[in-house]
Design a protein around this ligand. Structure first.
Ligand code: HEC
Ligand code: HEC
Length: 227
């Protein structure tokens, strides 16, 4: 009898250890007990960076935004928008809606805090210096004649962001340009009272609309070059 209960206790212990290590390496987005930092490293890493030999939140592929050092409030807002399907640009729908659908509020908060704490790295993709220099002027001075304020007034002098205003420094130029095009489209939707693809981006819509295509590329190139 004694040996049986000992064996039973050992089996129970082994099972609980297995369950514990599984939860720490779980990819199960539907399990509310899996922590945000586990999901970040087991699921989000495959696109946003953090697979073996990479740093968390620094992505190599320019279509996947860097998340390292991003503002926590902004990250949480975006995750909530993917979760409730209110950020509706095509890439958000295709890539983020499904992943975010089952996350709990607590997990989204943990994910936001996890990425905000990661150290951002200089972007390895770099652009033509002439493009970067023109972009710097737009960022710090704006284009008064076109009704474009300096980006620095909201995004901060080093594009580090602030609360709901995202960090842009070191972000992939491809991704930044793509988002400027989303805001550009939303500027047109506003005048027709249509639903916006990025509902928290109203401040950006006219700004983006008033920049030329070349200027959007210039400012995106400059932001990518920032450390
Ligand atoms: C299959 C690839 C893929 C995976 C896995 C993935 N993402 Fe994304 N994520 C994307 C893409 C692509 C975008 C850009 C969407 C767009 O252009 O609107 C994005 C955008 C985001 C953004 C918005 C960034 C910004 O600057 O606005 C956040 C936040 C985010 N993802 C968090 C996560 C988290 C947290 C996970 C894990 C639970 C995750 N992602 C997993 C591909 C992915
Ligand atoms: C009045 C304040 C304000 C000014 C000025 C401003 N922005 Fe923004 N910007 C925001 C806010 C707020 C957001 C977040 C929108 C959201 O949550 O969807 C944002 C978002 C963005 C994004 C999306 C980033 C991402 O990770 O998806 C880009 C790109 C951007 N801004 C570029 C610029 C550029 C370039 C300029 C200057 C030409 C500029 N902004 C000026 C407030 C501002």
């Amino acid at each position: 009898m004694k040996t049986i209960s000992k064996a039973f206790a050992l089996t129970a212990l082994a099972l609980s250890v297995a369950a514990c290590s599984n939860i720490e390496r779980s990819r199960n987005l539907a399990n509310p007990r899996v922590s945000g930092s586990t999901l970040a490293q087991q699921v989000c890493a495959s696109c946003h960076g953090g697979a073996v030999g990479q740093d968390n939140g620094t992505s190599i592929n320019p279509s996947y935004p860097n998340l390292a050092g991003q503002q926590a409030v902004y990250l949480e807002t975006e995750l909530q928008e993917f979760h409730d399907h209110s950020r509706t640009d095509p890439a958000a729908k295709d890539m983020m809606w499904g992943l975010a659908s089952q996350l709990t509020t607590a997990q989204m908060k943990q994910l936001a805090e996890f990425y905000a704490q990661q150290k951002p790295h200089p972007n390895l993709n770099q652009n033509d210096p002439a493009l970067v220099a023109s972009g710097q002027k737009i960022f710090s001075e704006g284009r008064a004649a076109q009704g474009v304020p300096a980006c620095a007034t909201c995004h901060g002098p080093s594009a580090e962001g602030n609360g709901p205003i995202p960090r842009l420094a070191g972000q992939h130029a491809d991704y930044l340009y793509k988002q400027l095009m989303v805001f550009n489209t939303d500027a047109g939707r506003e005048t027709h009272s249509e639903a916006l693809e990025r509902p928290h981006g109203v401040a950006m819509d006219a700004i983006s609309h008033n920049l030329s295509d070349l200027e959007k590329h210039q400012v995106a190139a400059y932001l990518q070059s920032l450390r």
